[in-house]
Design a protein around this ligand. Sequence first.
Ligand SMILES: Cc1cc2nc3c(=O)[nH]c(=O)nc-3n(C[C@H](O)[C@H](O)[C@H](O)COP(=O)(O)O)c2cc1C
Length: 201
Amino acid sequence: MARLLFVDACVRGERSRTLKLARRFLEAYRRAHPEDEIVERDLMEERLEPQYPEVLAERDALWEAGRLEEPMFAPARQFAAADKIVLAAPFWDLSYPAILKIYLERISVTNITFGYDESGRSVGLCRAEKLLFITTRGGDFSRPETSWMESGGGHIRALCAMYGIPSFQLLCAEGLDDVRNDKDALMARALDRAAVLGAEF
Ligand SMILES: Cc1cc2nc3c(=O)[nH]c(=O)nc-3n(C[C@H](O)[C@H](O)[C@H](O)COP(=O)(O)O)c2cc1C
């Protein structure tokens, strides 16, 4: 039995197209892997505090004392222990909503999700073999002239390298707010892809 961690940062909830893709993916995943456990983390409900000075001070004090079992580090421990990870977030301001960044800051804890070897080199400590990032974008950021501006998937991909997660995958529907596009057709294609990925993941 594998444990899949699903982190939901789809701020618009049931109106979110990104969440629709994620739900389609999870449906197909459940069908293909009925024995697996899917653990969901809803960041809108959770409302993790940003690392304001006092939050960071508490975190540093606990870390210095070696108290990595404290609740403050629970999100990092959960992330590090998952066999497979799915993050879902819309494309906002060229990346993703701040609630996801807050979560990523919370899970980036030395000696839990990543660390350093004797020579000082960074090593990933996460168990997961793969991470899927699901997103939808208003514009098209896969074209050569716009892809350099895309800072969401690119950042998550880099974090996978830091966490030691060898496979980063992206499921993305884009150009959904461009009046020249048929957004229903774009979403239909992405939903089909979500179902295929869910069965294979
Ligand atoms: C606060 C906010 C910021 C956005 N920023 C961008 C952006 O920088 N570039 C873009 O192409 N679309 C942007 N969009 C459009 C969304 O990426 C697009 O509508 C997406 O499908 C929304 O996902 P959702 O339906 O899961 O909420 C933004 C939308 C919102 C609400």
